[in-house]
Design a protein around this ligand. Sequence first.
Ligand code: GLC
Length: 742
Amino acid sequence: MEKQKLQELLLDMSLTEKIEQLLQISGAYLENEGMVTGPENTVGFTQEEVELAGTVLGSVGAAKLRGIQKKYLEKQPHRIPLIFMADIINGYRTIFPIPLAQGCSFDPQLACRGAEIAARESAAAGLHLTFSPMVDLVRDARWGRVMESTGEDPYLNSRFAEAIVEGYQGKKCDDGSVDLKKRGKIAACVKHFAAYGAPAAGRDYNTVELSERTLRDDYLPSYQAAIDAGAAMLMTSFNTLDRIPSSGNRRLMRDILRDEMRFKGVVISDWAAIEEMLNHGIAEDRKEAAKLAIEACVDIDLVTTCYCRNLESLVKEGIVSEALIDEAVMRILELKNQLGLFENPYKDADEQEEKELILCKEHRLEARKAAADTFVLLKNENILPLKKDGQKVAFIGPHVESRKIIGAWSLFGKEEETVSIADALKARGIAAAVAKGSAVLDDNRGLEMFGDYVDYQKDAAAAAELLEEAVTAAKEADAVVLALGEHRVQSGEAASRADIGIPECQMELFDAVLAVNPNVIVALFSGRPLDIRKISAKARAVLAVWQPGTEGGNAIADVLYGDVNPSAKLAMSFPWSVGQVPVYYNEMHTGRPYKEGMKDKYLSKYLDIPNRPLYPFGYGLSYTTFEISPVRLSCNTIVRGQGESVSAGVTVKNTGTAAGKEVVQLYIRDHAASVARPVRELKGFEKIALAPGEEKEVIFTITEDMLSFTNIDMEFTSEVGAYSVYVGNSSETENEGVFTLI
Ligand code: GLC
């Protein structure tokens, strides 16, 4: 429909009808179905509100959504169709590894393929838009939603943000638009704006205190990347910034998001976030909350009555201009138009295609390959890969037979469709000893609402029996794979943990197995970096497999048996202990920087633990070895403002006996500037495949723009001075070159 027609439609709508377009209801109101992903609504909706709401969240299924849309249009005065939205975070039914794991692949195209597959499956199931990508920068492993992010680095997060938006929506057209009508594509919603990933104490929904400079240089780049890739919608965050909740923060949402970052799409509040301004204490009542939010250009009120019960009187009392309502409604109508819903309100909903696409062989294969490329080999004392013949391996631990390995946000994934490690062994014809050894958890504190779904220790006698079986299996094996780590519900939303260690019952199993067999390999399941000091010290190998998704078991077997050589690198630091958190590589020097081994007392350090994490950002081993030559710079000086650049080149050689992939990383350190600058920052990476003995040159081009930051005057610019360039295989590389910007 052309723009003119949309204008005419808007003019023809009553104020009530326009305001109803700004309401999103949960599918639970339409079909007694649909996912509820937040506190149950305290105030129910009237039948009229349900019948006129502009968008729906959480309902899926081609037949069901066609039925809802058909019934809705029969009553809709202007036959304006619904948009169906849901949280498709790491897959619809073919579940990919959690986003944090995908970030570790350092392969944005892996995430793009995952998003493409999620779009294909969910579009056939009738969905039009997903509340993804979540691009929040994270530095605190206590926060449960780190599993949803791609980690602690602004540059890495930005590359993944744009790749995931492209996977869902397709590439931008030459004119900068995105063709959302395309079959098998869904609209993307970047979230949570802004800086939701920095809650005080790692406690979900807690206060965020950041300087504006840190917000701009560390947190905003990934939202900007998603916006530049064409993300159709953006979701506000629950948290306050500068003591103002995002959904009511006019400066953040209008001045920064709309004006500076040039976001023109729809803004939706997070679940009940407009109403929650009452809890924050910045709105006396829902009417005031509605006023604050519409003035902060929040277009859609997600599942509360703030807008639909108050905007009309705010307009009639002259407190809110109707122009603000029209602006919001027009953005929603334009999104429906971009999706082609006026011409085809059912878009791709197709029962036959739904059956053919969901979990098809191709999708499963992609999910399996992706998972294997997200596993980080943290330690390997020549025990991996396992031998395919002549080696007796026992697979022990609460995650060996578990299919609860698809992550916290796989709302539509089904565990019965998931491949466990035990399933994979059977599929390979490996008759290995399997023993559970222990429950996942010592108790179900904080997880009571999950009932028996959570596997925790209930009975000491039964636990003793499990342990005994495991020790017997370990005794008779040449090597033991111990599948340990978190339950899938221990991370995700409202799942912060103050203790990020491994439960006692699992550590008891670890110690008991180690006592009878020193050849222990730990496959570590988690939605976050964990405190694994003891495991790391005593196991011969540790493979972080995160929450690997539908094909997780097969991917783990592929890597353990060497069919796939692990190539992932940490996208988030593994802390030494929770006391070190938040810990991240791109920290500041401080006035008293400490280097390991320094003896002075008055330095920025701990009395009881080291400063460096257990495993740093960008770190990960392979079954082969690589050599990276000293970095070669094309020149030592470039002139500011002349568009000049410097090249940094290395030669990478596979010096081992197995083919493998290396992630060559480029970091830059600004020696001195008008404000303190990080000890180094990732500014490029390249993942290259090398056969044994093969070598390749990797060259990075360093432009002046890559040196820019928010300076003392809050301007985004570069400054003259000396810069170090580091090129290596982790954030701790000392392979350095120096150049000067004059
Ligand atoms: C949740 C989450 C958000 C999600 C939304 C809709 O509370 O914070 O990420 O997209 O509600 O389910």
